[in-house]
Design a protein around this ligand. Structure first.
Ligand SMILES: Cc1cc2nc3c(=O)[nH]c(=O)nc-3n(C[C@H](O)[C@H](O)[C@H](O)COP(=O)(O)O)c2cc1C
Length: 462
């Protein structure tokens, strides 16, 4: 299959013509990209946006590629409701990558003193940001001890022709790789890759075991080996279909102020690991696309993160809980901090057993709500109704203090240490409980048909 961004956008446009919008009028890299994304979101729309004329640049900007579950499901070739389950299944099927020669991104290449990151149309997102940011920079590196490759998105603040500040605040594999290189007093060779197929983005956010590289996870999603190509100045491979590749290294023992930046939490984040990246080469296609991922709580930034957490939670629970009915990591929790799980209880104590399993999947999750199978975890009003009517605070809360959390959570302390809360909002197992109101199914079918005949009228909210 085609593994490049352009083919994906073309196929998506053919299937959903309204979901790919070409912006032909001139735009500024300062704030315009973010503003248009937010205006579409205000209208509950998440189209891919292609800005063809960016003032002062000859490179178009493409954004919102991974903003909607519709686009992610299309990339995976499944219906939207089965997206998380299918993703959960395929990330376990690892397929090794294959090396190809002569990648298109090598057409225009500059090295050493000729590198100028200022030649890229790097946007500003929010007025409080410290500067211009690469938000769709997929950072690739290898473990200095085991050689296992990893990749993930990390924010990059452009600071000069060849210098960027980078924050590794998710403190997952890349943070550990940088720490291991630094412990040896060595730089971490790495590449920042822009313009990728959504399945590469989705695979890069998974949580594989330490001995599995993320390119193998992407291969599982693709159903075929990811095509990769060698870098020219460092010993590393990157996805061959990339639009733009910046090769370089993260310096050991060097920290410089980075941020603030409009983060996924919905806040301007000052916290940063303040690492420093120095570029050695800048390579790109003949006529590249510059990919941006919208900042803040925009769908482009957090939709994939919620999906990945749902899938990883499903996989973890499947080993211990037989009847999981639904998992939702909602946008209201920034796709990171809250998880709702519905189960059909088969053993006493099962609901409480769910809580530590979910908290153990991901150090970002700090609120787990467990509900019965009659509750729709994608309907937050339903979830809160279960909490209001089935939870007793002295019996159903589990609190863990002083635990590893997200550095960027403004309610966690400066070190990212946080408390965690589990809520068992299920009915007591095997005991009598109040009968839930359910209307007569045949009369509901009649009412549905009648309202359809009477016509659609918007009324006030209750
Ligand atoms: C758009 C986007 C931006 C992100 N920015 C950062 C970031 O600036 N720093 C960071 O540490 N993690 C960031 N993340 C999360 C990491 O990319 C994610 O946790 C990834 O799985 C880490 O990979 P690793 O386990 O190989 O370190 C971002 C994720 C997305 C989707």
């Amino acid at each position: 299959m085609s593994q490049d961004l352009r083919s994906f956008v073309a196929a998506y446009a053919q299937a959903h013509p309204d979901e790919v919008v070409h912006v032909g009028e001139p735009v500024s890299a300062d704030y315009d990209v973010m503003a248009l994304v937010l205006e579409y979101e205000r209208r509950r729309r998440f189209p891919i946006l292609i800005f063809e004329k960016v003032t002062g640049h000859d490179i178009p900007i493409v954004t919102n590629v991974v903003a909607s579950r519709r686009a992610l499901a299309f990339a995976l070739g499944v219906a939207e409701p089965t997206l998380a389950a299918e993703y959960a299944r395929r990330i376990k099927e690892h397929v090794k990558p294959v090396v190809v020669p002569d990648p298109p991104f090598r057409r225009r290449a500059r090295t050493g003193g000729d590198v100028d990151l200022g030649s890229l149309p790097v946007p500003r997102y929010f007025p409080g940001d410290a500067g211009r940011y690469l938000t769709a920079g997929m950072l690739v590196a290898r473990d200095p001890e085991t050689g296992v490759e990893t990749e993930g998105y990390h924010r990059f603040q452009v600071k000069g022709r060849d210098r960027m500040g980078v924050s590794l605040h998710s403190r997952r594999r890349m943070f550990e790789y940088a720490r291991r290189a630094e412990a040896k007093g060595e730089p971490l060779p790495c590449a920042v890759v822009l313009g990728l197929h959504p399945l590469v983005s989705m695979g890069s956010l998974a949580y594989p075991p330490p001995d599995v590289g993320k390119f193998e996870v992407v291969g599982g999603l693709l159903g075929e080996p990811l095509r990769i190509a060698p870098c020219s100045t460092i010993d590393l491979h990157v996805p061959a279909t990339a639009e733009i590749v910046v090769e370089g290294e993260i310096l050991p023992g060097t920290r410089e102020p980075e941020g603030p930046f409009g983060e996924f939490t919905g806040y301007s984040a000052r916290r940063s690991t303040e690492h420093v990246f120095v570029a050695k080469a800048l390579a790109m296609r003949e006529h590249p696309w510059f990919q941006s991922i919208a900042a803040g709580r925009a769908g482009d930034h957090i939709t994939t993160l919620g999906l990945v957490r749902e899938a990883e939670i499903m996989n973890a629970l499947s080993r211990a809980i037989p009847n999981v009915r639904g998992v939702h990591v909602p946008l209201s929790g920034a796709s990171a901090f809250s998880a709702y799980v519905s189960i059909a209880q088969s053993r006493p104590g099962e609901a409480k057993h769910v809580i530590p399993i979910v908290l153990g999947v991901d150090h970002y999750v700090k609120l787990v709500i467990v509900v019965d199978e009659d509750i729709d975890v994608f309907d937050e009003s339903d979830v809160l109704w279960a909490v209001a009517t089935r939870m007793q605070a002295d019996r159903d809360l589990l609190v863990i203090s002083g635990s590893l959390g997200a550095l960027l959570d403004p309610s966690a302390d400066e070190r990212g240490v946080t408390a965690k809360l589990g809520i068992d909002a299920t009915r007591p197992f095997g005991a009598p409980f109040a009968e839930k109101l359910v209307a007569a199914p045949d009369r509901m079918a009649w009412a549905r048909a009648l309202v359809d005949r009477l016509g659609r009228q918007e009324g006030p909210r209750a």
